[in-house]
Each structure stands twice: as C-alpha cells, then as structure tokens.
Design a protein around this ligand. Structure first.
Ligand code: PMP
Length: 362
C-alpha cells in the first residue's frame, strides 16, 4: 500500500495502514455477525475470544512471563499515575521517582497526592546537550515502595538506554511511547504500563503488565476500576472495557507479529531513527539537543537554525503530506514521532523535504 500522507503526530498517532483498512472493512459487520464489534456485548463469546487472543498475542510479542498479569484498563497513561501508587503502596510509604522530562514530572506530581516521594535523579544539560542520569547517578532508597521512571519521554525525545537496577524494590515504567518498539526483558519490572495511543491503538485504553506479587495490595479507597485485583478477577471486564480500542489493539498485535515481532521492528525503528538523526547531525540548519547516548527512537524533536522559519516549515511540510510536525508547546520547534506504524518511506520523505527546505532557506 503506498501512502501519500505521513502522520508524525506524537499521539494519538498513526496506526498501520493495513490495520486501518481491515478495521474499515469489518466496521459494519464483524466476523459475519451483522453488527460492528463496537456494538457487541463484551460478555459475548466472540468478543471474549477476540480479547483473549489479543492478550495472548501481546504476551507472545513481549515474551511476558507467566507470573505477570496483563490488564486492559481505562484511563490512558495518566490513569496509572494514580493507579500505581493506589495499588502498590500505603499512604505513609515513600516512592522514588526518576525525573527525565515532562511525563515523569507529571507522574511525580500525581504520586505526591498518595504517598511520600523522593526524586532519585534528574536530567542534566552539559554544553547544551541533554543527558539522562546514569545508573550510578540514581539515588535510590532501598525501602521505597517502588521506583517510577519513564523510559521514553515523548516531549523531550530522550530515552534510557538501560533498565535501572533497583534490587528488591519494584521498578515501575511508564512505557506509553516506547512499548513494543523493541524487545525488553519484562522480568526486570514490577509494573509496565502504557497509554495505547502510540504503539498500541486508540487512546483511552491503558495496558498494564503487573507482576503477580503486586496484585491484591490495593488501598481500601482505590476506585474499583483502577484496582488490579478486581481487573485480574474479571479478566479486565469488571466494568465495560474500551471494547473497540481493545479490538484495534488486537489487530495491531497481529500486524506486529506479521512484521516478524519485536526484534524485526527493532531493526526498522533503529534504521528510521538513525536516518533522521544522521541527516540532522550533518546539517548546520537543523539541531537536536539530546546527547547521542539517550536519543529517542520514537520521538525526534528538532529546531531550525532560525525560529522565524517555523511557520513556513510547518505550512510547507503539511502541504507536502508530512503532517503534525509541530513540536510540543513546552519545547517549541518541531517533533517527528516515528512509532512502529511509520514506514521507513515516511522518514525518507521527511528527510528529503528537510534537505530541500534547507536548500531554499538555509
Ligand atoms: N506518559 C507518556 C510517556 C505520554 O507520552 C503520555 C501522553 N502523551 C502520557 C503518559 C499520558 O497519556 P494519556 O493522555 O493517555 O493519559
């Protein structure tokens, strides 16, 4: 399928073209039922079968060990900013938060409502380059209820190249913008959670992967729809789940399997990111301020030599079919989000537009 438009939105992000085509084709009549999957009971046998298959496919893709539960919940990424402390800590506990950008900061602010928090580390800027803390720089409290971090910061475009070692303290990761971008060792984590709208499916859905021993510890006042134990007991159907989002996530998981799984998509993602960074690094016109040791593969922010050209760049890139390149308002400039569904052709089209723009305005 050739595409004439490439959508670089950070989220809700583009989904694989073939997945969207299948969803369109099945929209009014799913599996010959004569109704849309959106109109079916989540208690019906075909829906339950589909939902279970989606979980199985995700387990296969990520090699999720048997001692982890997979939950499909409401509330996106932020829902778990409160869901995590409510489920695995008491009000007088302390948790460590590693700061790396806006999203880890927001997680900390929400966490502060529920327990004591400590900042285990923050980013540093050396000679204009942004660096993430190294393992040695993490100031970890061995008595913490958990350590929270965000492996990939969607806004700043920084990504950890290592998984923090936290000993016996459960490691909690907000993987919203990096989940499924490459293989990871799930056994290193207590909880992985992700809002779906980047590499999984439509917004609103939250995927939570939680180690067994962390289920069943929710505070009494935890809202039922955030309680992991209830979710486990009811196969994520305690209340009506986001049924259509779960279905689309299932199609995305099948698509990923057909691509060859996470080690295959990892190679494509690395190639896409290298192509874009390499182009920017040889240019004096475009800058990315993240040190090469912690550049994100999924979100690539960049600045033009002259901010006065931003509007022209955005107008012309949009007209060329390269959509949603405006950077987050907090950092300004541009941002190209190149999640799994972005084909290499999209990155190549962007690089060629950027080269041409530089020729005309550089
Ligand atoms: N964490 C990260 C890393 C994100 O990128 C986002 C959304 N862009 C969120 C959390 C919040 O997700 P939601 O809007 O689904 O609550």
């Amino acid at each position: 399928m050739t595409q004439s438009v490439f959508n670089f939105c950070a989220g809700p992000a583009m989904l694989p073209a073939s997945v969207m085509a299948q969803a369109k084709q099945e929209f009014l009549d799913w599996q010959g039922q004569g109704v849309s999957v959106m109109e079916m009971s989540h208690r019906s046998a075909p829906y339950i079968e589909m939902a279970a298959q989606a979980e199985k496919d995700l387990r296969d893709l990520m090699s999720i060990p048997d001692n982890y539960k997979v939950l499909f919940l409401h509330g996106g990424g932020r829902g778990q900013f409160s869901g995590v402390p409510m489920n695995i800590s008491a009000a007088n506990d302390t948790a460590d938060y590693v700061l790396s950008g806006q999203w880890s900061q927001k997680a900390l602010e929400e966490g502060q409502k529920y327990l004591n928090t400590q900042i285990a580390a923050d980013v540093s800027v050396v000679e204009g380059k942004v660096f993430l803390p190294t393992q040695q720089q993490l100031n970890l409290n061995p008595d913490a209820a958990f350590v929270h971090y965000c492996p990939n910061e969607t806004i700043e475009g920084v990504e950890f190249s290592y998984i923090p070692e936290t000993g016996d303290v459960p490691l909690v990761a907000d993987m919203s913008s990096t989940i499924l971008s490459r293989p990871i060792d799930v056994s290193k984590f207590g909880i992985i959670y992700a809002g779906a709208q980047k590499n999984i499916g439509p917004s609103g859905l939250s995927v939570v992967i939680v180690r067994d021993d962390l289920v069943g510890k929710a505070r009494k006042e935890t809202p039922a729809i955030l309680d992991y134990e209830l979710a486990v007991k009811h196969d994520s159907m305690y209340n009506t789940p986001p049924t259509y989002a779960w279905y689309l996530a299932g199609l995305v998981f099948k698509w990923l399997k057909a691509q060859g799984g996470l080690s295959a998509i990892e190679k494509v993602n690395q190639h896409k990111a290298d192509t874009l960074y390499r182009f920017m690094d040889q240019s004096d016109f475009y800058r990315n301020q993240v040190d090469s040791t912690c550049r994100s593969w999924m979100n690539v922010p960049f600045q033009l030599a002259d901010d006065a050209l931003n509007v022209k760049f955005l107008e012309q890139s949009d007209a060329a079919g390269l959509k949603a390149l405006k950077g987050h308002r907090i950092v300004g400039g541009m941002r190209a989000s190149i999640y799994n569904a972005m084909p290499l052709a999209g990155v190549e089209a962007l690089v060629s537009f950027m080269a041409d723009f530089e020729k005309r305005y550089g």
